[in-house]
Design a protein around this ligand. Structure first.
Ligand SMILES: [Zn+2]
Length: 273
């Protein structure tokens, strides 16, 4: 994470590693069972972990033979497999996982089941399903009812759909952020959309806000929350009590949106490679 920048990634990351500026209270030590005299060469536990792009199944493998902490994706089930050598801590595994969260998100998105931008594919826009249809008529992509009409050379269809969604994201998310900022009497320097797979939004120290363009596919209430969250960082560059109080005055959707991002967010990363 870039220093001086807070993001939804930062928020989720704090679950695992307390920020150096605001040390979290020391959590109670987990009860660790004393190692049995004879340990099996490999033991596996599975848990759901909340990563920046959403929740994912993480399989912890404790291996006596492994020489370093490693990370890979199980292509069949999409689980993230973290292998820990005998003495490595779970914390070391989590650190590796969080440092590579973007890579993990990309790999998960590339697994079978991804939805490419193609003629006949269904993609959500503001949470509503739209069907992509290629037409012979040239011109920019446009929405007609529930159909996204894309003209021109079929070879450029994916790019045109991407351009359409990014333009829509830029317009809608910037408008939303400006509206929230006005409510709070705050002034972002700039609002932009980026192609990030590891964070939904961010607020830089120079008051620039950025959002993932993929957020335009999420329902409006989710966009509303992410916009409120990043705007609130213009006043509070932390996730303290005052920050959350301000978020609460800017959106009523915090809980529902966070749950949605956790459960449905990963699917958005699998749309339109
Ligand atoms: Zn935040």
């Amino acid at each position: 994470m870039i220093r001086g920048q807070l993001s939804l990634w930062g928020l989720l990351r704090e679950t695992f590693s307390p920020s150096p500026r605001a040390p979290a209270p020391t959590p109670p030590k987990p009860a660790i069972a004393k190692p049995a005299p004879k340990r099996p060469t490999e033991e596996t536990t599975t848990e759901t972990i909340h990563l920046p792009h959403g929740s994912a199944e993480v399989e912890w493998r404790r291996s006596a033979r492994a020489r370093r902490v490693s990370l890979r994706i199980d292509p069949r089930g999409g689980a993230i497999i973290v292998t820990l050598p005998g003495r490595a801590s779970r914390k070391a595994g989590l650190a590796l996982l969080m440092d590579n969260a973007g890579w993990v998100a990309e790999r998960l998105a590339a697994l079978p089941g991804a939805i490419p931008f193609a003629d006949g594919a269904t993609i959500p826009l503001h949470g509503i399903d739209r069907v992509i249809r290629h037409t012979g008529t040239p011109g920019p992509a446009r929405l007609e009812g529930d159909t996204l009409l894309v003209g021109g050379d079929p070879a450029f269809l994916p790019r045109r759909v991407g351009d359409f969604l990014r333009a829509e994201a830029r317009r809608e998310l910037a408008a939303l952020a400006m509206q929230k900022a006005a409510l709070a009497g705050l002034h972002p320097r700039r609002v932009s959309v980026k192609d990030t797979k590891s964070r939904w939004g961010s607020c830089a120290a120079d008051r620039s806000l950025a959002f993932s363009w993929r957020l335009v596919m999420a329902p409006r209430h989710v966009q509303d929350y992410v916009a409120a969250h990043e705007v609130a960082h213009l006043r509070h560059m932390n996730h303290g009590r005052d920050f959350w109080a301000l978020v609460g005055t800017l959106t009523p959707h915090q809980e529902a949106a966070m749950a949605w991002l956790r459960d449905q967010g990963p699917a958005l990363l699998r749309i339109g490679q």
